[in-house]
Design a protein around this ligand. Sequence first.
Ligand code: ATP
Ligand code: MG
Length: 496
Amino acid sequence: MASRQFEVITRCTIFSQIANFCRKVLGKDEGEQSAESPIPARVAGQRRTLSRDQHPISRKEISENALKVLYRLNKGGYEAYLVGGGVRDLLLGKTPKDFDIATDATPEQIKALFSNCRLIGRRFRLAHIVFGRDVIEVATFRGHHHQVNTSKHVSAQSDEGMLLRDNVYGTIEEDAERRDFTVNALYYSAKDFTLHDFEGGLEDLAERKLELIGDPETRYREDPVRMLRAVRFAAKLDMTISPRTAAPIRELAPLLQDIPAARLFEETLKLFLAGDGLATYKLLREYGLFQQLFPQVAALFTPHGNSPYEQFIEQALIDTDTRVREDKRVTPAFLYATLLWGCVEARGRVLENESGLPWYDAFMLAINEVLDNQVRIIAVPRRFTTDVRDIWALQQRLTRRQGKHPERAMEHPKFRAAFDFLLLRNRVERGLGELASWWERYVASNPDVRPQLQREATRRPASGERGEARSHDGEKRSSNSRNRRRPRRRKPKAAE
Ligand code: ATP
Ligand code: MG
């Protein structure tokens, strides 16, 4: 109890420190007498340095491993700063997800200093200093590309202006200009505890405004993922994207098609599985970015955005956000299964009608088509698409409640996910109530009660078994085609 009180008091102190800091940055506390020295005014194009007593960042809030790396680099004679989300989130009173470091040491020099260092990346070469599961990312100050004429391993740009190699090194000032948003270009030194602002990030942070550094169109063309980052930070940090930063996004959204599918997979995890998935999804839709990532889903969107399928996606994201906040496990497979579910159902129906295939076969064919189309854009690794397939295929199996079907379904490694998926569907789709509540009872009951539940199911078959399952749009499926199953393959009789 005492420790909880202490925690609350500490957080309140941190928040009031931050609120004071923001007021000072914006020059709004002129009347107050303060023992601390005032924050130096910003002069455009110049570095502004804040001493320890002018900002609220304390070393206690920085991870030990990040501090170790900073100290070792300094001791080796290099400049080293905490930068990016680590500084930004501390100034906002949030716990940083990770700590990124920028230095004037080259990747090779960093490697020479740390035995636990791994150099990674070709497009953007980085050093990872590995402490068990904790990885501290160290980047060498980036410079401008036009200044040097170097090999394509160092700098390369596509005809559309996209940076294919970003390994030109430079000064800290250039590094700040090469970062994405002003609030991400704040540098903290563990040597003298100073905070450095080159791009006006402090004012933007205080005003909770996301401002892209430089000309937005050029910066998005250099790296279209910055559009996704704008939306992600706006949702996560509850900030607004400034009008000039937002203006080109809708038009440039198609540039995402040029991003390697593997990179987009990593980005989607940050977009949807970091705790602010719903807010991010809404912004992605608003800016026409979601449509580029999931064109098959977007094709089913409705003008008011409130079809059962769209409600299903929102409900899934609400649940995911809650799980993340409660520190529960979330998996990419469940996320992709929910996002693409409506596409599989819709495509299955088209295939069933056009080809006359039985529903089961049409459904399985639709699964393949939808996943194949999606992985061309976002490279969801096979281990996850296998689980997505299982979750979907089990939706069919869960409608069979006779004989050994339920027990066999429960033995499937993805049963739990498929069962959760069914419950989620039931919150939006019509006609699943009886089946969902039956499974809830079946799962919760003792094995000796289960046969009785199965007998009840025979007397009162669920809509899925009667072939009256309704899809997201509430449309009734024909009972004969829905129930027609692939003929069971008979075992060849042993030679007599
Ligand atoms: P978080 O880690 O909380 O997602 P972050 O801002 O730290 O947010 P990272 O991806 O860890 O994001 O990147 C660290 C820093 O590197 C950023 O703050 C930014 O300064 C810079 N950066 C990352 N990606 C880009 C990019 N595509 N273009 C320009 N700068 C970038
Ligand atoms: Mg980071």
